[in-house]
Ligand binder design. Structure first.
Ligand code: ZN
Length: 278
């Protein structure tokens, strides 16, 4: 089955991983900007990272006939430095009109601090002014419920935002409902150490249905599995779910969401769909 991974950090992966993803049926991926494992020292560090995301990663994906899309931001882990965050937000428009840049992300909260909220709101303001799509990171483990509530409140407070153009990622059993009920898209991240397993993701599909729901692998520099979406496909099949339902979650939904971005240009693989989606 062809699929799209809507949240995977390919800068952390080898070219062999790109090849494996292509062999597994991955036809496109989207890569939000994230934390490098250390705090970058200057706005130029981010500019170089954004150049990597918009030039080299699409090229590597293209070697295996996959489409690579990306999102720009400064991650919540670096938001304690509000001065640097503002410099990065001011620089981001250099990249937001480039082909394959879908919007602003992954923004959000990490430890739910005041500075993180300030920087999150300033990203939202830029997105609203420019009409950008938004991809959101929600905190891990003990900070998740409170952080997701804070994020949903801040999003709902901004009347300028179109909720059908916002994806809230890393939802789990205790946060998925508030995201879907407010009209946002929800992403389930399949992760070997925290977040969600393929089986728990299938449980959530059974509880909430497939509308505005996606799955992703995160595939970052930590313990993670870039082929987690095919694991989800297998788990859905083991439960007896039809191929059409699986395809909706791993292919049709990301395509529908990404299609709302002006820089999304995608040619489906032969035999899937008829025209290129713009
Ligand atoms: Zn991420």
């Amino acid at each position: 089955m062809y699929y799209i991974d809507p949240h995977i950090h390919m800068v952390s992966r080898t070219t062999d991983d790109y090849e494996t993803l292509a062999k597994m049926g991955c036809v496109a991926m989207s890569e939000p900007a994230f934390w490098a494992g250390f705090d970058r020292g200057s706005v130029d560090g981010f500019r170089d990272y954004f150049r990597q995301l918009t030039t080299f990663e699409p090229k590597r994906a293209g070697w295996y006939h996959m489409h690579h899309f990306t999102w720009m931001c400064i991650n919540a882990k670096e938001a304690e430095n509000v001065k640097l965050s503002r410099e990065v937000i001011a620089m981001m428009p250099e990249f937001l009109d480039l082909p394959g840049v879908l919007g602003i992300g992954e923004i959000g909260l990490n430890k739910n601090t005041k500075n993180e909220s300030i920087v999150f709101l300033e990203h939202l303001d830029l997105a609203a002014k420019r009409g950008e799509q938004i991809l959101i990171h929600t905190p891990h483990l003990e900070d998740k419920f409170k952080g997701t509530s804070m994020i949903v409140d801040m999003l709902c407070d901004d009347r300028r935002l179109d909720r059908s153009r916002v994806l809230v990622d890393h939802v789990e059993e205790h946060t998925i409902r508030m995201v879907l009920e407010e009209g946002f898209w929800a992403g389930m991240t399949l992760y070997p150490v925290s977040k969600c397993t393929p089986e728990r993701a299938v449980d959530m599909v059974e509880l909430y249905g497939p509308e505005r729901l996606m799955v992703n692998s995160a595939g970052d520099w930590g313990p993670s599995k870039p082929t987690a979406v095919p694991d989800f496909i297998m788990a859905m099949r083991r439960r007896g779910h039809p191929e059409s339902l699986i395809r909706k979650i791993v292919y049709d939904n990301p395509l529908e969401f990404f299609s709302r971005s002006r820089n999304f240009n995608f040619t489906p693989p032969e035999g899937v769909g008829s025209a290129s989606v713009k």
